[in-house]
Design a protein around this ligand. Structure first.
Ligand code: SF4
Length: 146
C-alpha cells in the first residue's frame, strides 16, 4: 500500500480492501448460496455484520453511486441496503467482508474464522491506517460516513 508522510491515501486503502475481497473469492471454500437473502435480515439471524473503516468507506461510496443519500430506516430488521422491492443487495459488488463469509445453514454455514483470519487481519490493518477504531455495526458504520 502507498503512503506519503505516514498517511495512507484513500484510493490505495480502498484498492487494498478490494484486493482482500478478491483474495477471499479465490479461496476454495465451497458454499451454495441460493440468494435467499436470509443473511441480510439481521433480526432474523440475530447477527449484524461489523465493518472496518475501509469496508465502510467502500460500501458508502457504492451506496452513493446508486444516487441515494442517507440509509433508509427499516422496521423489519433487514439491512438498509437490501432492496425492499427486489430483495437484492444494492451494493453487491462492494458488499462488506461479513456479507461474503456469513452463509445460512442451507448454503453451508459461515466460514470458519481460521479460514479467513489472515484477511481479517489485513482489513484491521487498513482500519488502523485510515484512523478507524475497529469494526462497527453496519448501519452505524455506514451512516457515520454518509
Ligand atoms: S450489505 Fe448487502 S449483502 Fe450485506 S447484509 Fe446488506 S443487503 Fe445483505
Amino acid at each position: 500500500m502507498h503512503s506519503s508522510g505516514g498517511r495512507t491515501s484513500l484510493s490505495a486503502a480502498l484498492a487494498e480492501v478490494r484486493a482482500v475481497y478478491r483474495d477471499l473469492a479465490a479461496r476454495p471454500i465451497e458454499r451454495n448460496c441460493e440468494l435467499r437473502t436470509q443473511c441480510c435480515h439481521f433480526k432474523l439471524t440475530g447477527k449484524t455484520p461489523y465493518l472496518t473503516r475501509g469496508e465502510a468507506l467502500l460500501a458508502a461510496r457504492a451506496w452513493k453511486a446508486t444516487g441515494r443519500k442517507a440509509l433508509p430506516s427499516r422496521d423489519d430488521g433487514a439491512c438498509p441496503m437490501l432492496d425492499p422491492q427486489t430483495s437484492r443487495c444494492l451494493i453487491y459488488e462492494d458488499r462488506p467482508f461479513g456479507c461474503r463469509t456469513h452463509f445460512c445453514a442451507a448454503a453451508g454455514g459461515p466460514y470458519a474464522r481460521r479460514e479467513v483470519i489472515d484477511l481479517i487481519r489485513r482489513l484491521e490493518q487498513i482500519d488502523e491506517q485510515l484512523g478507524g477504531d475497529g469494526p462497527r455495526a453496519l448501519p452505524a458504520a455506514i451512516s457515520s460516513i454518509l
